[in-house]
Design a protein around this ligand. Structure first.
Ligand code: AMP
Ligand code: ZN
Ligand code: FE
Ligand code: FE
Length: 312
């Protein structure tokens, strides 16, 4: 069993890389990819910990990009680019490499966004919420994300947002932090196609994260069969090798359908739990939210082969 989508406290997970590796050992993973948002800074610690357990580590990251081929269309509004999450695997670790330079620019953009967001929330009455407070919660200043900010809103200002429950957590995104919220501050929009072009020849390969969440609003079998083949085909034509068909929050039989559609397109069905530790307490490493996720080992081998081909 493998897990190719996990987060540590280098982004918005709660486990340190060493704790994550220990947990991976306990649940019996043979390969893990740590895919912290916008960073591979956790790699050194994670590699050492994984080596001690004999677990193979794939260097990865998850980045937020815009796919303009499939814009979001809403009645009465101009179409806008679709925000999608992309998993990149087998990243170069050399800070001078184009991909690492790109990740650095993403982290700077995130830091600027976070500062504006905090100032805006203070203006809305979240007066205790400061960057200093948030910085006590992360391994790296540029690892701060909206989940940390949401958590701080509950800890510091329950008089505004109430006690943290599943519903109130969702409401904080709907009312404040999400794309239609009062305090939404977008990050710079970067095109998916530009990023794929940036890594040509480096051995980095891409898989689209949680494709249903990115591209569809209704997850019925019929809408998936109708919409997904063209989306998958387009991503393949634009240089993607994988689709995260085995996503740990997607139940059967939808997951198997996504695996089939991915295979039909000649692509690799990648998979993972999207483990975030205490930030998503119901999501378990390896087996996901549904508890029955099982990403087969050969998927990691296929990704390794694709990476070798991409490095040629
Ligand atoms: P950021 O990296 O700061 O843009 O925050 C993105 C993260 O916020 C995602 O990975 C999710 O964990 C979380 N998030 C974004 N939108 C929502 C939402 N509507 N409901 C719950 N969590 C969300
Ligand atoms: Zn995350
Ligand atoms: Fe994501
Ligand atoms: Fe994720």
């Amino acid at each position: 069993m493998i897990d190719l989508h996990t987060h540590s406290l280098f982004s918005d997970g709660s486990a340190s890389p060493a704790e994550l590796a220990a947990l991976a050992h306990r649940v019996g993973l043979s390969t893990i990819a740590l895919t912290d948002h916008d960073t591979t800074d956790s790699h050194e610690e994670m590699a050492a910990a994984c080596a001690s357990y004999g677990i193979d580590l794939i260097p990865g990251t998850e980045i937020s990009l815009v796919d303009s081929e499939f814009p979001i269309e809403r009645p009465g509004q101009a179409p806008r680019g679709r925000g999608v999450h992309v998993l990149a695997y087998f990243l170069p670790l050399d800070p001078a490499s184009p991909m690492q330079q790109f990740l650095t620019s993403l982290r700077r953009d995130r830091a600027t966004r976070n500062e504006s967001l905090v100032t805006m929330l203070q203006g809305f009455g979240f007066e205790q919420l400061t960057m200093e407070y948030l910085l006590t919660k992360v391994a790296h200043p540029d690892g701060i994300g909206r989940p940390h900010i949401a958590e701080a809103m509950f800890t510091l200002h329950p008089e505004i947002v109430g006690e943290r429950t599943e519903d109130s957590w969702r409401a904080v995104f709907t009312d404040w932090l999400g794309t239609d919220g009062k305090a939404y501050i977008p990050k710079t929009e970067l095109s998916l196609d530009d990023v794929v072009a940036k890594v040509a020849g480096s051995g980095t390969v891409f898989s689209v994260a949680h494709p249903l969440l990115n591209y569809l609003t209704d997850y019925t079998t019929s809408s998936i069969e109708r919409e997904m083949p063209a989306i998958i085909r387009s991503l393949k034509d634009r240089g993607f090798v994988g689709v995260e068909a085995y996503y740990g929050s997607t139940p059967e039989p939808i997951r198997s359908l996504m695996v089939k559609l991915t295979r039909d397109a000649g692509m690799i069905p990648t998979g993972g739990s999207d483990f975030h530790g205490a930030f998503k307490p119901d999501v378990a490493l390896g087996v996901g939210l549904t508890g029955d996720l099982h990403v087969p080992d050969h998927v990691a081998d296929e990704l390794r082969e694709a990476s070798s081909r991409a490095a040629a």
